[in-house]
Design a protein around this ligand. Structure first.
Ligand code: CUA
Length: 332
């Protein structure tokens, strides 16, 4: 009924996080049950408010008429009607919600599902792809699902510190990432594109700057992206002299305690894996676009972009900053 006009496309333009523009199976279920609830509660509102207005107008006091309208005490029919009807309405809402909860929670995982382990950190997202053997951060890539041959993405949600919450409204409902309590969720996007969201559980100073970006790609493009992520980091010999200097600076400071660059001595787990940093469009969990200037500013003073960021300013000289930035720019 609502799909005669491309209403969802219109709503998505109005807000990229619109729950009324679902683009994935679980969010589509939620959208439909939300419409039903809105229709039922809207009808109740119209009946109650309509009766109220009708009675207020019809039985208003009129000048020169001090008499009261007829008073009715006790009515079995009325009592029955306003007990039974609400019970039936609640049953309908309960059963339709239960059906959706079952369909989302107990969905079977097909063999060809993409598996991603999502780890929430203050204030960024770690994405591990165990089937493909690589780790990335902040920009989740998943293939679009063909209804003929569904390829949903199943995610295990973990946390490295405090409670976070994964919510990309157009793709799925929200689910918490709780320390020491693995959660799970899944999505099955029907349309390619970039879907955004953000952490939905207060997790510290930069909670509001813990943004989510999900790139839904055609299968072929997704496979190419996977292949590129699996590539080893550039060997030191292929770096420009400035980038090679930057690598030395990077490896002799505390950068390597937190960051990993597979294939180098950098093996930290506290911050994002940087091997293919330049394949990302943004830095600092979607806060700034991934340009040389922004990278330099970020390395110089992470707090400038993100108050409370866990990454410290390393007190590098201007020259060292340029060199480390050049090294980052070489991490394709
Ligand atoms: Cu992470 Cu709020």
């Amino acid at each position: 009924m609502f799909h005669l006009v491309p209403l969802d496309a219109l709503l998505a333009r109005f807000s990229p996080t619109n729950i009324f523009a679902p683009a994935s199976t679980p969010s589509d279920y939620l959208y439909k049950v939300a419409l039903l609830s809105l229709a039922v509660t809207g009808a109740i509102f119209l009946v109650v408010a309509g009766l109220l207005v009708y009675v207020a107008v019809k039985y208003r006091s009129r000048p020169g008429d001090p008499s009261e309208p007829l008073q009715v005490y006790g009515s079995r029919q009325l009592e029955l009607a306003w007990t039974v009807l609400p019970v039936l309405i609640v049953m309908v809402l309960f059963l339709s919600s239960a059906r959706v909860i079952h369909a989302v929670q107990d969905a079977p995982k097909p063999k060809n599902a993409i598996e991603v382990i999502v780890v929430g950190h203050q204030f960024w997202w770690e994405y591990r792809y165990p089937q493909y053997g690589f780790v990335t951060a902040n920009e989740l890539h998943v293939p679009v699902s063909d209804p003929q041959r569904p390829t949903p993405t199943f995610m295990t949600l973990l946390s490295a510190d405090t409670t976070h919450d994964f919510w990309v409204p157009r793709l799925a409902g929200k689910t918490d990432l709780i320390p020491n309590h693995p959660n799970s969720m899944w999505m099955e996007p029907h349309k390619t594109g970039l879907y955004i969201g953000q952490c939905n559980e207060y997790c510290g100073t930069s909670h509001a700057l813990m943004l989510l970006r999900v790139y839904v790609q055609p299968r072929q493009e997704f496979d190419q992206w996977v292949k590129a992520q699996q590539q080893a980091a550039l060997s030191p010999e292929s770096l420009s002299p400035e980038a090679a200097e930057g690598r030395k600076v990077f490896e002799r400071t505390a950068c390597i305690d937190c960051h990993a660059i597979a294939g180098t001595i950098a093996d930290g787990r506290f911050g994002p894996e940087l091997r293919h940093l330049m394949s990302r469009e943004t830095i600092a969990a979607g806060v700034a676009s991934n340009t040389a200037q922004n990278l330099r500013t970020w390395i110089q003073n992470p707090g400038a972009f993100k108050p409370g960021a866990r990454m410290p300013a390393m007190g590098l000289s201007d020259q060292e900053l340029d060199e480390v930035t050049a090294y980052m720019m070489a991490l394709h």
